[in-house]
Design a protein around this ligand. Structure first.
Ligand code: B12
Length: 212
């Protein structure tokens, strides 16, 4: 019942109701992952569908995104279990020209829960910013997110920039986001792709040679 309320509240962009329904779902015994995967994400998918057919517009996408953040604020500590042993470092960011960060944040949370230290560069991250932070931080993985077909090109530019800086072989590259496929990841020479946050965390472990 509360899960339906989470769905409705995110869909209508009601942040306080989203927070209340999220907490109620947890109190009923649902896991944080269930609330996310069966309440919040389907609602955002429906928001996207309605936008596509002209029933919702950018401000409505934005208020739904805010409502989703009200849920993830509550879910984050539960998804990223405390006291997990550090297994590696990930630099994560949404690529240049792209401001979508909900999926990226979820991937970061799940990776954190799997034991990675996360350095989040935010959104609209240029290839040069990725390169500079790889030089400074020497992470195991960089994880790039893109939600727009047009900004998937920035993933190619970032891999080119890593090559030009001579550091491509020092770091594993993961890509993801709604328009990304395994085929695209292979084509641009990324090391890993996954379609959702849970499998992204497992893939990250696999890439650094740990059991997923
Ligand atoms: C919310 C939203 C917005 C919000 C973003 C708020 C925010 N803080 O993120 C706002 C209103 C700002 C916005 C703006 C725009 N948006 Co918008 N937006 C969406 C919407 C509805 C939901 C995205 C979302 O959060 N989904 C939920 C999350 C959980 O899913 P996700 O991001 O896909 O992430 C999951 C996986 O992809 C994966 N993943 C994500 N990143 C990574 C990274 C790695 C490394 C890995 C392994 C996995 C992974 O794991 C995540 C969790 O499971 C989508 C529709 C959709 N269904 O995707 C449109 C959509 C992405 N937007 C779209 C458009 C067109 C725009 C605008 C151009 C609209 C405009 N005319 O201004 C602008 C662009 C602004 C910009 N420069 O970025 C189009 C893109 C079309 C296309 N193919 O290019 C979509 C698909 C809507 C549509 N159906 O047309 N948008």
């Amino acid at each position: 019942m509360s899960l339906e309320n989470v769905y409705e509240a995110v869909l209508t962009g009601n942040a306080p109701a989203t927070a209340t329904a999220t907490q109620a779902s947890l109190d009923e015994g649902l896991t944080a992952e269930q609330v996310l995967n069966e309440g919040c994400i389907p609602a955002m998918t429906e928001v996207g569908r309605q936008f596509e057919i002209g029933e919702k517009f950018v401000p409505e996408m934005l208020i739904s995104a805010r409502a989703m953040t009200a849920a993830t604020t509550i879910l984050k500590p539960l998804l990223a279990e405390e006291g997990v042993e550090k297994v590696g470092t990930v630099i994560i960011g949404t690529v240049a020209g792209d401001l979508h960060d909900i999926g990226k944040n979820l991937v970061g949370m799940m990776m954190e829960g799997a034991g990675f230290e996360i350095m989040d560069l935010g959104t609209d991250v240029t290839p040069q910013q990725f390169v500079e932070s790889v030089k400074e931080t020497k992470p195991d993985i960089i994880a790039m997110s893109a939600l727009l077909t047009t900004t998937t090109k920035s993933m190619i530019s970032t891999i080119d920039a890593l090559n030009e800086a001579g550091i491509r072989d020092q770091v594993k590259v993961m890509v993801g986001g709604a328009p990304i496929t395994q085929g695209f990841a292979d084509k641009i020479g990324a090391d890993g792709f996954s379609a959702d946050a849970g499998s992204a965390a497992r893939k990250a472990k696999e890439l650094i040679g740990l059991a997923a």
